[in-house]
Design a protein around this ligand. Sequence first.
Ligand code: T1G
Length: 693
Amino acid sequence: MSDIAQLVSAQQRDNIAIITIDNPPVNATSQAVRAGLLAEIESADGNPGIAAIVIRCAGRTFTAGGDIREFGKPPLLPMLFDTCARIEACSKPVVCAYHGTALGGGFEIGLASHLRIAAMGTQLGLPEVKLGLVPGAGGTQRLPRLIGIPAALDFAATGRFMKAEEALKLGAIDAIVDDDLLECAIEAARAAVGKLMRRSGEQPVVAVSAEQAQELLSGVRRKARGQEAPVIAAQLVIESAGLSTRQGVVREREEFNRLMETQQGRAMRHIFFAEREAARIPGLEQATARDIQMAGVVGCGTMGAGICVALLDAGYNVVVIEQNAEGAERGRARIASILERNIASGRLTEKAMAERMRRLTSGHDLTGLAPCNFVIEAVFDDLDVKRTLFANLSNIVRDDCILATNTSYLDPNAIARGTKNPQRVVGMHFFAPANIMRLVEAVRAAHTSSETLATALAIARKLRKLPIFSGACEGFIGNRLYSYYRRQCEFMLEEGALPHEIDKAMEDWGLPMGPFRAFDLSGLDIAWALRKRQTATRDPVSRYSHISDRLCEIGRFGQKTQTGWYRYENGKPVPDDVTTTIIEQASRDKNITRRSFTADEIRIRLVTALANEGARALEEGIALRASDIDLVYINGYGWPAWLGGPMFQASEFGLSRILEEVQKMHARDGSEFTPARLLVEAVKQGKSIGDRL
Ligand code: T1G
C-alpha cells in the first residue's frame, strides 16, 4: 500500500463518500495527505455513484495544518491551495467535519468545503503568524468572505483560536454537533444533495473604507511590535475585497513564499520546535510527577504574591506564610490587589476572585505548612536566611514534601544542606511578575531526585508556564548569561557609547526595552549589593566597570528613585548629563579614547556575550540545548520570538564572526571572556550552532 493510501482513505456509505485523513499525531497536511485528498476528491467527483462527500480526520484532532517539518524545503506538489481549489470546485456538496484543533491548512480545507460542521469543543484558527508566516491555502481570502474583514483580520493577524461557539456566531461554521460527528456529517451531506452549493470563494466581501483599513492596519502594526507577518496577514485580508479568490490566493502565496525565507520565519519555526524539545529531559522519561493537594508559599512580597496568584489561578489550595501578622495581612492584600487588577482588565470575574481567595490561607507560623506536600520559598535572597528556613521547614512538613527555592542566584545545593532528605529539594526560579511571566527555570541540585524534578516541571506546566531545565550554578541559565551581557553593556559605555544609544540599537532590533531601561526598571541596587559581596573574590586583573557603582553611590537606583541610567520625567526616560559625566570620567580614568558604535556592532557584541557564555553553560551541562537558552531569553527576558533568541542570532551572525568577537573580548576584557570550547569546535568543523554545538 502506498503512503497516500495509508494517510488518506475513502469509504462509501450509500451514495456518500467519506474521506478520512489519518496522519498522526496531528494529521498535518504533508505532501502525501495533500495528494491523497486531491485524488480522493477527484475520484469521488467523477464517480456517478457518489452524490456528496464528507471530509474528516481520524485521531485526536482534525488537521492542525501544514507539516512544519516540510517548511524551508523545496515545495512538493500538489500545494494545499490547489487541493482546496479542487474541493471548492467540486460539483458535489463537500461537508467538512471538524474536531479537536482545526488550524491553518486544516481550517482552510473546511473553508474551501461547502458546509462546515464541528464537534463540541472544537477550536479553529489561522496560527500561521505564530510561525512567522501567513495562511497559505486561501485562509486570508475565504475567511473574510464568510465573516467579514474586521473579524477575519483579527484571527489572521493574531493567530488566536476561536471556539466552535464563536465560529458559529460569526458564520465561519454552519453547525455544532454534540452527537456522533461522522453520522451528523453524513446526515448533512445527504441533506445537501441537490441543493444550491455555497462556495466560500464566490461570496462577496464587504470592503472597508480606506480610513478603516488604515486604522485596522495601524492597530495590528502596534501590537505586532516589529513582527512582519501579522501586518501582511492583515493587508491580505483587506485586499480580499478588491480581488477574486483566485487572484487573492496568488497574492497570499507570494507573501507566504517570501516570509518563509525571512529570518523572522526561521526564528519562529525554531522556537516552535524548541518548545516541544524543551519538554524532553534525558533521564526523566520514567519519572512520575507526584500529585500535589496543597501548596505552601513562604514569603509574600512581590515574588511570593505573584507565585500565590499563579498557584491559585491553576486551582491549587495555597497556604502562604509571612514573618508576622502584619506581614501576612499585607501579603494577603497584595494578592488581592493583583487579582483585582485582573478583574479591572476583564481577565477575571468577581466570583472567580472570591473563589480564589477562599482557597488561600495566610498566616505567620511555619507550622501552618504542615499539611502541604509542596512548599516554595520566596524570601529574601540570602543564603543564611534560606538555609535556616529549609532546615526549619524540614522539621515541620512531611518527609516527602517537596521543597522548592525561588532563589535567583544562590546555590540550591547550599540551601539544601542541613535539610532532611535533600533529594526533595529543587529550584524553581520564577520571573517577575510571577503570575504573568511564562519562564520557570527548573533547577536540579546535586541530590534532587527525578521524581522531585518531574513534580516541579508538572507544577510549572499546570501553572501554564514554560519550565526549562537548568543545572545548579550561579544565576542558572538566564542570570548567568545576563551578567556577561550587563558587563559588555557597561564596557561599551567606557569605550564611547551612551546608554540611550545602546538601548536604541537593541530596541530598533526588536527588544521591547533596551538593556539600560531594563536595568533601571529592575533596580540597580540589587546588582550593586551582589558586586559588593563579590569584591573580595573578584579577579583583580579582570576588567571591571565602576560606572554603575558610581550611580548607586549617589542614590541613583533606577526608576524607583526617578534617576538611574536615565532621569525619569513623568515615567519617561530622559538621557541625563549626570550619567554622561560619570561615564566620560570613567573613560578618562582608564585612558580610553571614546569612539562611536554602530547599531550592528552593539548587537553583535551583546549577542556574543550571551552566546559564548551560553556555549559554556552547554559544555557544563547547565543548559541541555542551545534552543533551551533561546527559550529562556524569549520567555524570561523579553526577547521577541521572531528574533529567535541569542543562540539562534549567533548562528545568524555567523559563528566565525562570533568567535572573532569573543577573541577580541578575551584580549581586551580578560579571562572570563575566554572563547567557549564548543564555539571553537563548531567553527573549526563548520557546524551550525544547532542544538548541540
Ligand atoms: N506540523 C508538524 N508537526 C506538528 C505540527 C505541524 N503543523 N503540529 C504539531 N506537530 C507535532 C509536534 O511537533 C509534536 O511532535 C506533536 O505534533 C504534538 O504536538 C498552508 C502553511 C495542534 C494545538 O501552527 O499548535 O497550516 O514533539 O506537543 O499540545 O496555511 O501542536 O511529539 O514529536 O504541540 O496537544 C499551522 C501548530 C501550520 C499548528 C496540539 N498550524 N501546532 O498541541 O501537542 S502552517 C500550526 C499546534 C499551515 C497552511 C499553512 C499544536 C496543537 P513531537 P504538541 P498539543
